[in-house]
Design a protein around this ligand. Sequence first.
Ligand code: AMP
Length: 585
Amino acid sequence: MKYQVVAAAYRDLEQASGRLILIDRLAVLLAQTPEELLPKVCYLCQGLVAPEFAAVDLGLAEKLALRAVATATGVEPVEVVAAVREAGDLGQAAEQLLAATAGEREPSLHVDTVVDTLHEIARAGGSGSQGRKLGLLADLLALATPLEARYLLRLVTGNLRLGIGTPTILDALAQVYTGSRKDRPVLERAYNICCDLGLVAATLASGGLTAVQKLQVRAGNPVRVMLAQRLSDAGEILTRLGGQCMAEYKYDGMRLQAHRTADGHIELFTRRQERVSSQFPDVVELLQTGLGPREAILEGEVVAYDAAAGELRPFQEVMFRRRKHGIAEAARDVPIGLFCFELLYADGEDFTGLPYLERRTRLADAITLSDRLRLTTAMEVATAPALDAAFEQAVADGSEGLVCKATGSTAIYQAGARGWLWIKLKRDYRTELADTVDLVVVGAYAGRGRRRGTYGAVLLAAYNPDAELYQTVGRCGTGFSDAELAALPARLAPLIRAERPARVDSRVPADVWFEPSLVLEVLSAELTLSPNHTAGWGQLKDDGGLSMRFPRFTGRWRDDKEPQDATTSQQLVELYRTARRAPAD
Ligand code: AMP
């Protein structure tokens, strides 16, 4: 098949308007395409030469493409530049220059030759690669008709912009191979689970709709992720989900879809199918040891996680450190955790059609949990008050809220859909603190891992002068230097008490209690309502107090302050109220 046939279709598609006309024109092209070329032509319709996730980067800057045009036409580069300026785009300029220099050339380029050469251009790397890329493109252009040149240049510079999306191409495929568009959803499902239009088209052409229906997810091909709807009312959520659901913590990080292929290689994809394994060597390592099945597709949220203190951290810390200090340093300084919530495939079995609870069981079976490889916290909930309580607990524990998941027999994994099987419940306001607060150390937790032998986190309290109580606002294990951590036990030893001191008002346990004495300065991302902490208890909510989200020790011990001089519970209530009045999002 000649590339001219594709170029002519591009031209018509560019001029057409209206979805039905586009589908019809595409259908003509696809019907003309021999079966063995169908995948390549499908990619070309997407403006690609391989599925997008393969990330074949033609890597041709406009400047280089421009020089290829000069070489192929024998026109001086400055003249090419002038032609581009006049025509408004390189493709059109090349078309005109070629028409002037080569005239009525018979189409001779084959689709195969074009696609293979483009792959060769993409593969060219290392020293001298720019010259090789230029040479390969110039050779193609030297054989191209003016119309072919227009689209070749737009393709290699990433400016094809035909205005047709994958759904339109699927419609056209359905029309050609099944006689109507009514079965497009079957093709769509197949596309959503493999992200490879060429594969869907080839399967349809060779085995018909039945074969497409049987297509399964496969390790190595990203699956378009399932997304959640959003509601703000617990009762409404339960009604939508059939009266009960599994409420999972919603972690505030980055979603990763991990694929381990039969060769043992692990690839990580973002929710937009970009490959990011090289950015997360720590996640790859966690999965290499913790993932049971040889082949698997798993989803989880990677978060900044202080495993020693058991605390979630703001994810921006991970991204910021990576940008500033590089991946290896960031992996050491801002450790991550992977909280897994889906298993879509394992060793030949596709789980996307199984109900949620079954997938969850398989997920639990497939991973060996560790400090940093975890399952999302999840609880079964069947009443609105229980869902509200779960939400508050989730926020108190440092997560963003909940993703409520349907548990019925029809709760499959809907690849690529934002449906009503998952509903998120998030805080709709933020209460960020710009100021530091001074809090009293009333308890501590034994450190684990790297922090064995010292404390992993301290329990902090605000002062309530009316009740003469120290009321807790949360634990804090972040911001301490190694030296400070090592010195903590000695510094706190004189204050240890066998029991919780009477003036400490706490609803949470501690491994060690202290006489309220030491004050330290803390910066917290925000204050949230909490069923666990007692500062401001009952003032904002009947059965709740305030807790800090993402507290961080600033490094400043306020030795100048008596514990009674610490920030008061009332001040925290005011801070919370002020922040809510002026939402900063
Ligand atoms: P949103 O980005 O607000 O639409 O929320 C959906 C995102 O929340 C997902 O794409 C995941 O990245 C993230 N997420 C965090 N925790 C969970 C969880 N337990 N289940 C599903 N998604 C989660």
